[in-house]
Structures are given as C-alpha cells and as structure tokens.
Design a protein around this ligand. Structure first.
Ligand SMILES: *[C@@H]1O[C@H](CO)[C@@H](O)[C@H](O)[C@H]1NC(C)=O
Ligand SMILES: *[C@@H]1O[C@H](CO)[C@@H](O)[C@H](O)[C@H]1NC(C)=O
Ligand SMILES: *[C@@H]1O[C@H](CO)[C@@H](O)[C@H](O)[C@H]1NC(C)=O
Length: 489
C-alpha cells in the first residue's frame, strides 16, 4: 500500500508536472521577443538610400542614392512603403508616428529586451529623411517616385530604372493633412528621443512646430497638390488634433491644448485607427490628460475620452455596434491590408489600458457592462497572438516568424534574388517574367514584415499576386513594435 501510494504520488506528480509544462508551453509557445527582434529587422529591409555599416539585413544593398537630384536637393534615405519602391510621405510619416508612440509608451520594456537602440534607429532612419524632405518651413516633399510607373515594373530597389520624380507641398500647393501627419511624426519622435539625445529631440521639435504652423495656415488636402499620391493614399480630410496632441505632449505648451479644446469636436466615435484616420490617436492622448487630471473630465475633454472608450468597447465586443471578428477571432475591417487596422486597434487598446492601470482606474464603462482594463490587454494580446500563429491556419502572418508563414510576399526586393548573390541588373519586365510569376518561395525572407492577412473567414492564399493579402507595409509592423515589447517577459 505504502509503495503503491507513493507510486501514485509520483505518477500524479509526474502527470500534473506534464500538464503544467504543456500549459506553460502553450502559453509560452509564442516568442514575443523573437517577433520583436524581427519586427525591427523589417525596417532595415525597407531602407532606401545608403546602408550603414551596421546594417544587419544583408540581402539588401544601397539604392536610390540620387533621389531628389532632379529638384537639386538630397532626398536619399527613408523607407520604401510596402511591396513597391515608392517613398510615399503620408504613410511614411504615420509609420514614424507609430514607431515613436511604441517607444514613448514601452521604452523600458524595449530596453529590457535590448531592442531600444534598434527601435530608435528605425525612427531615426525615417526622421533623418523627413528632415531632408522639409528644407524650408513652408516646403515639404511628400513623395519620391510614382505609383504608376513603379508598379509597372518588378525590380529590386537596387536596380530601379523607373522615374524618381519628386513632389512637394508649399505656399501654393496646400496639404494640411500631410504637413499635420509629418508634424505629428516629428513631435512624437522628439518625445521618443528626449531621454537619450536632447539635441536631436530639439531639432525634431523645431520641424514639428514649423509644419504644424504651415498646416494651420494652409488648410487643404494634399492629394490636390500631389495627385499621384492621391491615387494610392488619398486622405479623407484633414484634422490637426493628432498633431496638436503630440505637440502638447512634446512641449506642454498651452496653445496646443487650446486648439484641442476649441477646434470644435473630437471626431465622434471612429470606425478605425489608421494611416488615414488618426482621431482615435488624439482621443486616447487627450483621455490620458483627463485621467491625469491635467484637464477636466467635462466639456470637450470628456468627449474625447468617451469617444476613446467607445472605440475600446467596440474592440472588446461590449458596445452596441462592435467591430467585426472572423470566426477565428481576428478583428476584421476590410479585405485589403486588414492587419494594418487590426494591429493599430490592438495598439491603442494596450496603450489605453496602460494609462488606466497606471492611474488606478479600474473600470471601462461599456454599453454591455463595465469592463476591467485587463480586458483591453487580453484583447490586444489575442490579436498579436492571432497574427503570430494562434489562428485556424496555425500560421504566422509575420514573415520569418514560426514554422509556417507567408512564403510568397507581394514584395519586389524579397521575391528577386539578392543583389549580393547576383549583381546582374534585373530589368523592369524581366522581374515580372522571371520572379513575380515564379511559383516559388521568396529567395529573401522579409523577416518581421506583416502581410495584409487573411480574409473574413480566416483563409489565406499564399501567392505573390494576391496583393490584398500578401503585401506587407511599414504601417502594419510599426504598432507591433510596441505591442511585442509590451507582452511577454
Ligand atoms: C547567397 O546564396 C547563398 C546560397 O544560396 C545563401 O546561403 C546566402 O544566404 C545568399 N546571400 C544573400 C545575401 O542572399
Ligand atoms: C546638435 O544638432 C545639430 C543639428 O541641429 C548638429 O549640427 C550638432 O552637431 C549637434 N550637436 C551635438 C553635440 O550632437
Ligand atoms: C504553386 O505550387 C504549389 C506546389 O509547390 C502548387 O500546389 C500550386 O498549385 C501552385 N500554384 C499555381 C498557381 O500554380
């Protein structure tokens, strides 16, 4: 009996140990640290210009070194937008805003994961370019290259033979949306750099203030000034609340608060947070001021906060009208590049939860019942987990992460042999014939790229021509930098 019971004890012990470790394996099955490292490598793969000696993504080479030359200025650098080789200023600025917000909120976690220097380098690669693109207070270059000619070719950035036309806004060519987003990017980056490089931070702030002033005095949409950008990234309007919120965070200056309080509305409840619609970002930043007691929980300030809260309730399915979800649990907005919208929603939910928790707020008042701030974190993590492989296809939508991920991304550089291995230039049509149409895995793994993602039924077609699902973009990965820093140890 004694032996038996001790055997039983050992068995039970072993069994429970096995169950515990399998639970542990499940909960730790996703390696956020590795995904974070890859997310930052992705920005190196998207680099335009002269690559630095510490470039880690070795399959890329120098490219587009003469950008800006036709206008007599140096516009080398910055980021290629998605699977093409155009430098679109509007989404590039939003990418920098979200990378900066990631650093501003999750700096300590990035630091403890040894990724803070890489995250700051990712921001700086963008802001160094934006500084060049803003040579005078009222001049901002908003695009290099154009979508039509670029998209008619399938070439490595290193081989580009397409026109590198430059487009700008200025006194005669309005663009408050572009100037405002770039001001937000500069201001957010200024906050991100403040602790480690006050000189650079001050330089960025000067650009932010100038562009905000330019946007205020030149209302209008940038696609009227840069129609070639409007064909791909047409903005629905312009509002400077997001820029003003970041400038207030960077400076504490009351003029920005006055604008936020008096501009006549916080934008109501939004259906998305994206490169085109930044109201939620402003609402969350202002809600933080309310939680901190910097502004009253009344009037316009209360409206910002309640609109932010309602967006959160829609995310966690506790509002009257919720955001759609796929059967597998992914927040689903639209067929083309859905994961951009999902990752942004997850990001603001995590940030808002962090604000609530750090100010000892315990309630998120939703129509279907009051929720705990933790529910926002659970939601945000569920979306990150889905992206990394906790989904019906058991597939990661971050390239290079896990054992199964997109192998045919809609991306010129990744799909053509590296220039390091074959320096023979690939011509405009040759790229289409020999590489784009090739039914084979990409020769270069675009680590950290997040593709558009599955459809509303969780299905994904891993084929290069499927740009709605298979094209990655810098706007997709930027918010994940903060999310991946936040989750895991
Ligand atoms: C070049 O090709 C070799 C062999 O296929 C491969 O191991 C290596 O990673 C490639 N280098 C680059 C920079 O793509
Ligand atoms: C500070 O920034 C300026 C550019 O605004 C630069 O010329 C200068 O060298 C920087 N100084 C230091 C100490 O980094
Ligand atoms: C591509 O190749 C795979 C096998 O490697 C095959 O299953 C699939 O049908 C092919 N797709 C096309 C469009 O030819």
């Amino acid at each position: 009996m004694a032996r038996l019971s001790s055997m039983n004890f050992v068995l039970i012990f072993l069994l429970s140990f096995m169950i515990m470790s399998s639970e542990l394996a499940q909960s730790q099955g996703l390696d956020y640290g590795t995904a974070l490292t890859k997310s930052l490598l992705y920005f190196e793969a998207q680099r335009s210009g002269k690559l630095p000696p510490n470039q880690r993504v070795q399959w890329r080479g120098d490219s587009a070194l003469k950008d800006g030359g036709e206008a007599g200025i140096d516009l080398a650098g910055g980021y290629y937008d998605a699977g093409d080789n155009v430098k679109f200023g509007f989404p590039m600025a939003f990418t920098i805003s979200m990378l900066s917000w990631s650093v501003v909120e999750f700096k300590d976690k990035l630091q403890s994961k040894n990724e803070l220097p890489n995250a700051l380098a990712a921001i700086r690669w963008g802001t160094d370019y934006l500084i060049k693109a803003h040579p005078l207070p009222d001049v901002l270059y908003g695009e290099v290259g154009d979508g039509d000619s670029d998209h008619s070719c399938w070439q490595r950035p290193e081989d580009m033979t397409t026109p590198r036309t430059v487009y700008k806004i200025d006194d005669q060519h309005l663009g408050a949306d572009l100037a405002g987003e770039t001001a937000a990017a500069f201001a957010a980056a200024s906050v991100a750099f403040a602790p480690t490089d006050s000189n650079y931070s001050a330089q960025l702030l000067t650009h932010a203030e100038q562009l905000y002033g330019f946007a205020r005095s030149h209302p209008g949409q940038y696609q009227n000034s840069i129609p070639v950008a409007g064909k791909f990234y047409s903005s629905f309007g312009y509002q400077l609340l997001w820029a003003a919120a970041w400038l207030h965070r960077a400076t504490g200056n009351k003029v920005y608060l006055d604008y936020l309080g008096n501009s006549g509305g916080s934008g109501d409840v939004r259906t998305q947070f994206s490169w085109d619609d930044k109201y939620v970002g402003a609402q969350v930043l202002v809600a933080k001021l309310v939680l901190e007691g910097q502004v009253k929980d009344a009037g316009p300030w209360a409206q910002y906060k309640s609109n932010a809260v309602e967006f959160m309730c829609r995310c966690i399915q506790q509002a009257t009208t919720n955001f759609k979800k796929t059967p597998g649990g992914l927040l689903w907005f639209q067929p083309w590049n859905n994961l951009h919208y999902t990752s942004n929603a997850a990001f603001v939910a995590a940030v808002y939860a962090t604000y609530l928790i750090s100010h000892d707020y315990v309630e998120v008042p939703c129509y279907r019942g009051t929720q705990a701030p933790d529910e926002l974190l659970v939601f945000a993590q569920s979306q990150v987990d889905y992206i990394l492989g906790a989904n019906p296809n058991s597939m990661s939508y971050m390239v290079g992460y896990g054992s199964k991920y997109p192998t045919q991304v809609h991306h010129r550089g990744a799909s053509i042999v590296s220039i390091e291995n074959d320096s023979m230039p690939v011509s405009c049509s040759q790229g289409y014939d020999e590489w784009y149409k090739k039914n084979a895995s990409d020769p270069n793994v675009l680590d950290g790229a997040v593709v558009g993602g599955p459809n509303a039924q969780d299905n994904y077609l891993d084929i290069r021509s499927n740009f709605e699902m298979a094209e990655p973009a810098t706007i997709n990965t930027a918010p994940l930098v903060g999310l991946l820093a936040n989750f895991g140890n």
